[in-house]
Design a protein around this ligand. Sequence first.
Ligand code: ZN
Length: 184
Amino acid sequence: MILPIVQYGHPALRSPGKPVGEITDRIRKLAGDMIDTMSHADGVGLAAQQVGLALQLCVIDVTDAEDRAGTMIVDGQEVDLVDYMPLILLDPEIEPFGETIPETEGCLSFPDMQGRIPRPFKARVTARTLEGETLNFEATGLLARAIQHEHDHLHGRLFIDHMLEKDREDIAAQLEKLVQQNAL
Ligand code: ZN
């Protein structure tokens, strides 16, 4: 089921998420709906806040980016991304590392807006899966960037918080308009 995606100005986007806790049917249904919603919107990631819920649950799929997707390393071995995507991450903890590089990002809650965000090129990730297991991996490139972007959402932070000043100035008028449209 495709869920409505909330836009900048909606208070859910600034709400730090609660840990998921017990994995119930409701959580499984939500994760499935979030994957449908992300894929329908052609996104590479979606956080629960973007469907109006302050919960530490996000989904990611970078496989459409093909050679720009980055890499995923599990137990020291690079794995085939297709085997792991879409990723469903519950209560993820991340440790970004490596060189900080500004790259252009967008966000489904900020339609038609982009800007450069400096982020470390790699991240170590620990998360619970929908099956209740612990998943540990290392990510690079777009996958590492997407995980950092989603992890921010889960804690009420947004990409505009880290955007290069010049790029944020370029979208300032659009942001102002969105806030007016979406503030409750
Ligand atoms: Zn986003």
